[in-house]
Design a protein around this ligand. Sequence first.
Ligand code: CAA
Length: 265
Amino acid sequence: MSSNRTDNLYSCLTVSFSERVATVTLNRPKALNAINASMIRELSDVLDEIADRDALAVIITGAGPKAFAAGADIAEMSAMNPQEATSFAEKGQGVFSRIESFPRPVIAAVNGYALGGGCELAMACDIILAGKKAVFGQPEVKLGVIPGFGGSQRMSRLVGRQRAREICFTGRTVGAEEAARIGLAARMVETDLLSQAQQLALQIASNGPRAVSLCKRAINTGADLDMSSALAHEAQLFALCFASSDQKEGMAAFLDKRPPNFSGQ
Ligand code: CAA
């Protein structure tokens, strides 16, 4: 796991592993990495692979100079009937929810267009880093449809309902700077997006893996609960940490004035 390696078991994406960080690259650059049914299946498969290899953090980005992903594949969707559209939406939503609840942190390194399903994929990740050329948006209404992979829900949770309505009703684009300002992205990255994403992933990976995973769970689960239930949930997860060797190691290392050596247990 400490060496670079790339697998090409997939037709719509690639995955590489470096220092226990997995990088998934959406790889249909001729179609601006549009998300088709095969890519949805492969995203699910690659999460299984990443879990098997016990990577500590995941980066998702897009191949080519222009796009993270310019949406769900319009050519594939154009002939769908309502039943097929339901199934397509449920499969996309299913894999994006898996990303959201994946036990490791997932960083979206948005290198260009993140429109429609591409924006929805980025929003399902834990942290969005927006490259200078990142362009977000939910332009589905321009095609006579609405967001189908969670955009109508995650956009308003991230930027508030007022802004979400404006963005989704107009289908307008949101640049990197605005995305960072309104909380759609964590921050804008001027240069070297991928190496900055890797640095962020490594910084997270140097912490107690179990604590990071439980912190993700506390934030995501708590967001859908009322405050007192969310605090009770946090207390349960906090207590769980005290049954881990990472807690013993982290606190012992602090008291011994040495760096911790976490096992992830
Ligand atoms: N699906 C399928 N193909 C797409 C695509 C998409 N979402 N976006 C781009 N492509 C294809 C184009 O058809 C084109 O293919 P050809 O070369 O074979 O003609 C290729 O990618 C390059 O695209 P453009 O020539 O259009 O590139 P551009 O630089 O002129 O424009 C763009 C870039 C503004 C992103 C434009 O491609 C665009 O508007 N794309 C569609 C964006 C969109 O509407 N996304 C939402 C999709 S619906 C959705 O996602 C529903 C959901 O929530 C589940």
